[in-house]
Design a protein around this ligand. Structure first.
Ligand code: AMP
Ligand code: MG
Length: 476
């Protein structure tokens, strides 16, 4: 067995002020929780070797693979609208970058690998709960077809971490097409370090948007990617929960699975995060918050965009394009959910009418859409009459689809997942794992690998009364 990471560490070749170079802090007694074999193979890694002692030592931060050049990235950010000039990787270390079998450069990062110069008051560690949550939800997002960071592995450290109580420590190996955030740009913009901004922009263009023409092209590309991403979140009822600028990837991947959640009973104002007291990051506010964050990104690029007046005008115009871009992406996502392949003027109103009715009775988001294809959508409603009056208009609209009913149903099944990572199932998997039973985690992960397949798995069911999880917590 050989474990060889084919590293090519382009971020580590950027100037010193982009990061702090340091290695992980070893842990006492690593134990494997999970290795993601398909992802390992995509990275050109031998999955069996990753589970062997040599691999386990690497995943725990007790050994460094050859060619690694570990570092903690510097970044800043707006958290809940408040400016924090220095955040950075306080509990994560980039081991290096591997170009995967598809030719995409991927960061391999250990999350929970020990303190760094950016740890502030934190211990640099993670506990098992958030590691399981991120593993489950990020891999579910990937299977749902939504751009996301991924989970290569999870290990327990054999050490306790102290949150309000002692909890089992863990390390997640996260894979991302990069960990560069809006907050990375803000870090340098706040320091008026235009040279670093130039370097960072060139790096991001080369890495993620090679077709983009300069900083304005980069801005347009990042805005388009976020419009696509947030529309896809909305399509599966996903609430990110902590859309701070340091948690917005410029590559357009979903990043940071802290207090995220999928809605069960739908309401546009739904919030789960325990710290989001004013609903800043509620389900339906996500596109507006994306605009807010992108405006911060735009302002970082202005110094690179030539004469100031013209730069501001161009950046403003780019940000103002977001609502239309988003609306188009959103309509495409939700048309598919209703089984529509063609476009009609009334479609957006039709979608809105269903969602209003769902919100009125907090119908289960996932089940309502999934059951449209079987004609049992009404069962997700406490008062099916509300659904029936809407369904008449929808059936008439479907009747104008050229491909016929079977094709529409196939589209619905491909756009409406049967199984999503429901909060109560994630909590159940975490509680079991803390008690030493990985069964529920493994069953959940397996079911979520094929979310659009027909299944009678109990994991499709909404929480029963008393099972609902209404609050989620930051993953520290
Ligand atoms: P997050 O809430 O994960 O987006 O993290 C926000 C900031 O807090 C980042 O700079 C993290 O690196 C830092 N941070 C979060 N948890 C810890 C921890 N346990 N130890 C050190 N830094 C942390
Ligand atoms: Mg974060």
């Amino acid at each position: 067995m050989t474990l060889h990471f084919d590293f090519d560490n382009s971020y580590a070749r950027l100037p010193d002020r982009f990061y702090a170079r340091l290695g992980p802090t070893p842990v006492r007694a690593p134990r494997l929780i999970a290795v993601n074999a398909p992802l390992a193979r995509a990275l050109g890694l031998d999955a069996d070797a990753l589970t062997a002692p040599e691999g386990l030592a690497i995943l725990a931060g007790n050994a460094l693979p050859e060619g690694a050049d570990p570092l903690a990235q510097a970044y800043a950010g707006h958290q809940f609208g408040g400016w924090v000039p220095q955040l950075g990787d306080g509990r994560a270390l980039l081991l290096g970058e591997v170009v995967d079998r598809g030719g995409v450069r991927r960061d391999v990062q250990l999350k929970g690998a020990g303190p760094t110069p950016f740890s502030r008051m934190g211990d640099g560690r993670a506990w098992l709960g958030p590691v399981i949550r991120e593993y489950v939800v990020s891999e579910a997002m990937h299977a749902l077809g939504i751009p996301t960071t991924r989970a290569l592995a999870a290990v327990e450290t054999g050490e306790k971490v102290y949150r309000e109580r002692p909890l089992p420590g863990a390390v997640l190996t996260r894979v991302a097409c990069s960990h560069i955030r809006v907050g990375t740009f803000q870090f340098f913009a706040a320091r008026q370090d235009t040279e670093a901004l130039e370097t960072l922009s060139a790096h991001v263009i080369a890495r993620h948007y090679p077709e983009a023409d300069g900083p304005l092209g980069l801005l347009h590309a990042v805005i388009a990617a976020q419009a696509r991403l947030v529309a896809r979140w909305m399509g599966v009822g996903f609430i990110h929960g902590v859309m701070n600028t340091d948690n917005m990837s410029v590559a357009g991947e979903t990043i940071d699975y802290g207090p995220c959640a999928f809605v069960d009973g739908y309401h546009p104002d739904r919030v789960f995060s325990s710290i989001d007291r004013f609903g800043r990051y509620a389900y339906a506010r996500q596109p507006d918050i994306a605009v807010w964050n992108l405006a911060q990104f735009a302002s970082c690029l202005i110094p690179l965009m030539g004469p100031r007046e013209a730069a501001i005008a161009a950046a403003t115009e780019a940000v103002h394009a977001f609502p239309d871009l988003f609306a188009a992406e959103w309509a495409a996502v939700f048309r598919a959910k209703l089984g529509l392949a063609t476009e009609e003027d009334g479609d957006v109103a039709l979608i809105g009418a269903l969602m209003d009715r769902m919100a009125a009775v907090e119908a289960d988001f996932t089940l309502t859409f999934r059951r449209l294809a079987d004609g049992t959508g009404r069962e997700a409603f406490a008062d099916p009459a509300a659904f029936d009056t809407w369904a008449e208009a929808w059936e008439a609209r479907l009747g104008r689809e050229p491909g016929g009913r079977a094709a529409a149903e196939a589209r619905m099944r491909a756009a409406n997942p049967a199984v999503i990572p429901r909060n109560h199932r994630i909590e159940e998997a975490i509680a079991a794992a803390v008690a030493g039973d990985l069964g529920p985690f493994e069953a959940l992960t397996a079911a979520l690998a094929t979310p659009y397949a027909d299944t009678d798995s109990p994991l499709t069911a909404p929480p029963r009364p008393g099972e609902e999880v209404t609050e989620t917590f930051c993953g520290t």
